[in-house]
Ligand binder design. Structure first.
Ligand SMILES: Nc1ncnc2c1ncn2[C@@H]1O[C@H](COP(=O)(O)OP(=O)(O)OP(=O)(O)O)[C@@H](O)[C@H]1O
Ligand SMILES: [Mg+2]
Length: 521
């Protein structure tokens, strides 16, 4: 870092600039007063207090150039012969001591090692980017890493990326997946399952990114990751409705299709919320207990039940269900699921199997972008519940679910029914996943609209540029105003990281993903 080790100022503890535990003020010596880069939030200093057994680090929280001439500032500027440029530091002490910092202690620019100590950035771990200040990465900036046990369990888990559309959220998630799957230890037991829910930005993980710049490659080099696309990739998509191929832009994706037996326990996820009621739930439970393998068998069974109910002897009832419920169920299954989702169900392809999806070191992409929302819910619900049952029986695997538009599947509020159902399984991952190694890597534009259970259990929140209205939400209440303003102005490729183990929010710079995000020309 520039002028590393140089003493640039002195702590002051007077009036409104009084030191308190965890915060103190210092002023820059007059010869540094023009060095505005020293006032950037996130800049790190060491305060030379000289207390034995302790070292005192300060991260710039805010700074001020006072213009009102009250007695105190006037006196200060006369005595010290400089304008009152004061910098507020957030203090962490190596010893854990939480006493205020003394007055008139020298303050020096920290070296990269101290930067890591001040933020508590570990030496080893999963690299997510390069430490940055708002003006750019300082020379010799450290690589920011996360301890794997705080990303993939068991100490902490889950990561959420929030930000405006087009501000490199998916790009960040892809870089993180590359970092996880490049780790020689973690790639041995970890697999990523990505749901491509919109457009095609997750469909080209095995293709080179033609937009990579030399700067991006430099970052990859620093992070110790290859800028080459993912090597171990599996692409899956539902069979197309005519049974002739796959319902995806990636024509080489492996098609899959499910029958009644595969999805009978998850079918509720794809019912329209307005159709959902207890009577429908009851009949679906009874149908699941029937000895049937194919949707066609269930369709015939329902027709038989309907005939029975409508016969004089049935008096409107059959097998404990009213004819109206049976008719509605027949409509939902026959002209709803079987026809509208033809290909995803009732096709010729094999079902999507758990064994294929948990191969270590692989990035599995399931393309559901061409499916309607209810069918997307069915795929996510089915895959997640199968994988969860698998993970409960083994200690040796870790599954990372990359879920875009997470707030659509796990909104803050969901009434009973299919959306509440899918939200419940995602909440369950957030709550229990840490111990069974089932990890959420969520992406969404508006984190404030995402389930509290998820946000509450996330060990790392990543913020790309966001709208002020989003930052007004209560979940951001704990952040200083300066950081919120910073988030509103972040450039592409820059994010602010809030991680359980870090002492403060860390600004990082990350490269473009190692793979294409749109169809290569
Ligand atoms: N590290 C980076 N530096 C600069 N630009 C980047 C970086 N990563 C991605 N981009 C660019 O940002 C654009 C948007 O990226 P991306 O699709 O990941 O955004 P997004 O936030 O996921 O958008 P959406 O919400 O629409 O899905 C792309 O054009 C991409 O090339
Ligand atoms: Mg995206």
């Amino acid at each position: 870092m520039e002028n590393v080790g140089e003493v640039v100022g002195e702590t002051v503890s007077v009036g409104k600039y009084a030191s308190k535990p965890y915060e103190c003020w210092f002023y820059l010596y007059s010869k540094f007063a023009d060095r505005i880069e020293l006032m950037q939030s996130g800049f790190v200093y060491e305060v030379l207090e000289g207390i034995e057994g302790d070292r005192c680090y300060g991260i710039v929280e805010t700074s001020t150039i006072e213009t009102d001439q009250n007695i105190l500032t006037a006196t200060l500027s006369r005595r010290r012969g400089l304008s009152t440029t004061a910098i507020k530091l957030r203090i962490t002490r190596q010893s854990g001591l939480d006493a205020p910092v003394k007055d008139k202690c020298k303050v020096k620019i920290a070296d990269p090692d101290i930067v890591k100590k001040a933020y508590n950035i570990p030496d080893e771990g999963i690299p997510i980017g390069i430490f940055a200040l708002p003006s750019g990465c300082p020379p010799n900036a450290p690589v920011v890493k996360l301890k794997p046990e705080y990303v993939l369990g068991k100490e902490g888990a889950h990561l959420n990326v929030g930000g405006k559309s087009g501000w490199a959220k998916t790009a960040f998630a892809l870089v993180l997946c590359k970092a996880i799957l490049s780790d020689p230890v973690y790639s041995q037991n970890t697999t990523v399952i990505a749901f491509n829910v919109k457009a095609d930005d997750l469909l080209w993980p095995d293709k080179k990114n033609p937009l990579l710049t030399d700067e991006d490659k430099k970052y990859y080099n620093l992070m110790g990751i290859s800028p080459e696309p993912f090597e171990k990739v599996n692409l899956y998509a539902p069979e197309s409705s005519d049974g002739e191929g796959v319902n995806s832009l990636r024509e080489d994706a492996k098609p899959f299709s499910w029958e009644w037996i595969d999805v009978k326990d998850q079918l509720h996820y794809c019912i329209a919320p307005e159709d959902w009621n207890e009577r429908l739930e009851a009949i679906l439970v009874d149908l699941a207990a029937e000895d049937a393998k194919e949707f066609r068998e269930i369709e015939s069974l329902l027709r038989r039940w309907l005939n029975e109910a409508e016969s004089p002897a049935g008096r409107g009832w059959a097998h404990g269900h009213h004819s109206a419920t049976i008719r509605k169920t027949l409509r939902i299954i026959s002209s709803g699921i079987m026809q509208r989702y033809k290909g995803l169900v009732c096709g010729n392809s094999d079902p999507l199997g758990v064994k294929d999806l948990v191969k270590p070191g692989f990035l599995n992409v399931i393309d559901i972008s061409r499916l309607r929302a209810p069918a997307q819910r069915l795929v996510i619900g089915k895959v997640v519940s199968d994988i969860q049952s698998f993970l409960e029986k083994t200690e040796e695997r870790c599954v990372v679910y990359l879920a875009d538009e997470l707030n659509k599947f796990a909104p803050v509020k969901a009434k009973e029914g299919p959306i509440a159902g899918i939200k419940a399984i995602l909440d369950d991952i957030a709550e229990r996943g840490r111990s069974i190694r089932s990890i959420l890597l969520g992406i969404q534009q508006y984190p404030s609209q995402t389930s509290n259970a998820i946000l509450g259990n996330v060990a790392t929140s990543i913020y790309a540029r966001m709208k002020p209205t989003e930052l007004d939400a209560s979940i951001y209440r704990g952040y200083p105003r300066e950081k919120k303003l910073m988030i509103q102005g972040l450039r592409k490729g820059w994010v602010l990281v809030d991680h359980d183990e870090f002492n403060d929010l860390v600004l990082i710079r990350f490269p473009r993903p190692p793979c294409a995000q749109s169809r290569p020309q």
